[in-house]
Design a protein around this ligand. Structure first.
Ligand code: ZN
Length: 330
């Protein structure tokens, strides 16, 4: 696998972002967005700032710090602009945010985010329920965001990705045909997204599906237009799916510290793939993440103090690394 350049492509308002990214796999921490928006309580901004600062210090190079959504619906995300500004002050960090529409994208650009992602659900029913938009309307939204980005000087243009949500199955429609995902990927790239990501929003994926769908999308739009996947561990297959994705050439993997967040569709289930376990697996496979696992595990104490009632998942924090492992993985 070649050295990673995903974040190197990102033109940013923050001159240091994307530098020093000579790692094989970028672990993109999405806990401050996906994890926190899935829990009821609002976490104070100081805890959130300390969390991302500590993760960046452990070597995490990309963090999704929040989303520019309707704060009446998701009050947990009301301080995203301030989070972006704080995160932009952290040397070498790519600051990502999620936006549901043009309005969110404009706010993200104003705040100075380096990377913006718009979720577009492969399941039309899910799309209607999630963002109250049809596929055609979402494609129009992507086109409008691209147009807005093009109006900016090159150096201020954020990297623009469309994440295909429910790409492996939908909790309302059930099976999502592969042909639908491939078709949508083509439309999103055509409308101006720089790349698409595949999101296992519902935790329905398995390694076979991961391989099949990544290959099909690579074939349709080019392997440089799909470099990241967003996996949940709802049914315990998160790491197996991540390993399959890496084998297919994926170089950016989303995860959340302690698997924070749970799943609204499966009460009691964990959230995203656990960052600590994912880093352990990737490094054990001989690939570099640039992350100090020991330091990363210590960041959990910030969450334990700030969100004491939320369960934190993960095997590595409990079991530790194998004897001798630390000598070969720094
Ligand atoms: Zn998610």
């Amino acid at each position: 696998m070649s050295a990673l350049s995903n974040s190197d492509n990102i033109s940013t308002g923050c001159s240091s972002a994307g530098k020093g990214s000579s790692v094989d796999v970028i672990i993109s921490e999405v806990g401050p967005r996906d994890g926190l928006q899935s829990i009821d309580q609002c976490v104070d901004i100081d805890t959130k700032k300390r969390w991302i600062t500590a993760e960046a210090a452990a070597g995490v190079r990309e963090i999704e710090v929040g989303s520019f959504v309707n704060y009446k619906l998701l009050p947990q995300m009301c301080d995203t602009a301030e989070m972006v500004r704080h995160a932009c002050g952290i040397e070498g960090l790519t600051v990502a945010v999620l936006v549901p529409n043009l309005r969110g994208a404009v706010a993200a650009i104003e705040a100075g985010a380096h990377k913006i992602s718009i979720p577009v659900s492969a399941s039309e029913t899910h799309s209607q329920k999630n963002v109250r938009r049809t596929h055609a309307q979402m494609i129009d939204e992507v086109r409008a965001i691209r147009q807005r980005i093009e109006e900016l000087p090159k150096a201020q243009q954020p990297y623009f990705e469309a994440g295909i949500a429910t790409a492996f199955g939908c909790s309302i429609e059930g099976h999502v045909p592969l042909s639908k995902v491939v078709e949508l990927a083509g439309l999103l790239i055509g409308a101006g997204a720089e790349e698409v990501g595949l999101s296992d929003t519902t935790g329905y994926a398995n390694p076979q599906m991961i391989r099949e769908r990544i290959r099909a999308v690579h074939c349709a739009v080019g392997s440089d237009k799909l470099t990241g996947v967003h996996l949940h561990n709802t049914r315990g297959l998160g790491l197996a799916n991540a390993a399959a994705a890496i084998d297919e050439g994926i170089t950016t993997l989303d995860s959340s510290l302690g698997g924070l967040g749970g799943c609204p569709f499966a009460p009691g289930a964990s959230g995203n793939v656990v960052t600590e376990d994912l880093v352990f697996m990737v490094e054990s496979m001989g690939l570099s993440t640039g992350i100090d696992l020991d330091k990363l595990v210590q960041v959990r104490s910030i969450l334990k103090a700030g969100i004491a009632e939320e369960p934190l998942y993960g095997f590595i924090p409990d079991a530790g690394v194998p004897v001798g492992w630390a000598d070969t993985h720094v």
